[in-house]
Design a protein around this ligand. Structure first.
Ligand SMILES: [Zn+2]
Length: 205
C-alpha cells in the first residue's frame, strides 16, 4: 500500500497488528477514526491505555479484575470448595452467562501447546496446586476446550493434582471437536457442567 501520509501509514500498521485485521480493514478503521470528533478519538485511546495500565488479575483465580480479588472470589454466595479450571476470561464469561454455576474459577491463562512453545510454567499451574494445598477445595472441574491442547493440559494437570483427596471431573466433551467454550450456547454449556463426569471415567469411553 502506498500511503500519502506517514502518520496514516503508522496508524494502519498498528491496527493491522490486531488479530484478524488485515491492511484493508486497518485502513478502514483508521479512516473512520479520522472522521470522528477529536475528543471521541482521545476517549478511545485513553480507554485502551487505561485498560492496559490499570487492569489487574485476581490474586486467587487470576481472572481479569478491577480489584486485587475479583467479585466472584469475594462473594460469600459462591462455593469455594468447587473450582472450575478454564483457559481464559472468555470461558469465565461464558460459564457465568449460564447462571447455573455457583462455584469459583481458576484461570490458567492459556493451554499447554508444545507447538507454540507454551509449557506448564507459562500457565497458572503452580498456583492451582497452591490453592489445593490449603485443603479448602473439594472438587476440580476441568472446563477446557475439546482440542489437542485442551486434552494435553487436562492430562498434565490431572497428573499434578490426582494425589489430593478431591473429586476431579470434566465437563461433557460432546461439544463439537475443536469447538471452544465461548462459542457453545448457554443451555448446552450449563448442561455439560451439571452432567460432568469423573475425569478417570471419561478416559475409558
Ligand atoms: Zn478471583
Amino acid at each position: 500500500m502506498n500511503f500519502s501520509s506517514k502518520l496514516l501509514e503508522d496508524a494502519v500498521a498498528e491496527f493491522a497488528k490486531l488479530p484478524g485485521v488485515g491492511q484493508k480493514t486497518a485502513l478502514r478503521l483508521v479512516l473512520h477514526l479520522l472522521n470522528q470528533e477529536k475528543y471521541e478519538v482521545e476517549k478511545f485511546s485513553h480507554t485502551i491505555s487505561k485498560l492496559r495500565n490499570e487492569i489487574q488479575f485476581c490474586h486467587t483465580c487470576h481472572n481479569i479484575s478491577d480489584q486485587p480479588v475479583c467479585e466472584i472470589c469475594a462473594s460469600h454466595k459462591r462455593d469455594k470448595g468447587l473450582v472450575c479450571v478454564v483457559e481464559d476470561t472468555r470461558d469465565v464469561m461464558a460459564i457465568e452467562n449460564t447462571n447455573q454455576y455457583n462455584g469459583v474459577y481458576h484461570v490458567l491463562g492459556g493451554l499447554i501447546s508444545p507447538m507454540d512453545g507454551i509449557g506448564p510454567s507459562d500457565l497458572e499451574v503452580d498456583t492451582l496446586v497452591e490453592r489445593l494445598n490449603t485443603g479448602e477445595i473439594k472438587e476440580i472441574i476441568f472446563a477446557l476446550s475439546a482440542t489437542m491442547e485442551g486434552d494435553t493440559t487436562i492430562f498434565y494437570l490431572n497428573k499434578r493434582i490426582k494425589h489430593f483427596n478431591i473429586t476431579i471431573s470434566t465437563i461433557a466433551r460432546g461439544i463439537a471437536f475443536g469447538g471452544e467454550l465461548e462459542y457453545v450456547d448457554e443451555i448446552t454449556l450449563g448442561r455439560s457442567i451439571a452432567t460432568r463426569v469423573p475425569y478417570e471415567n471419561s478416559l475409558n469411553r
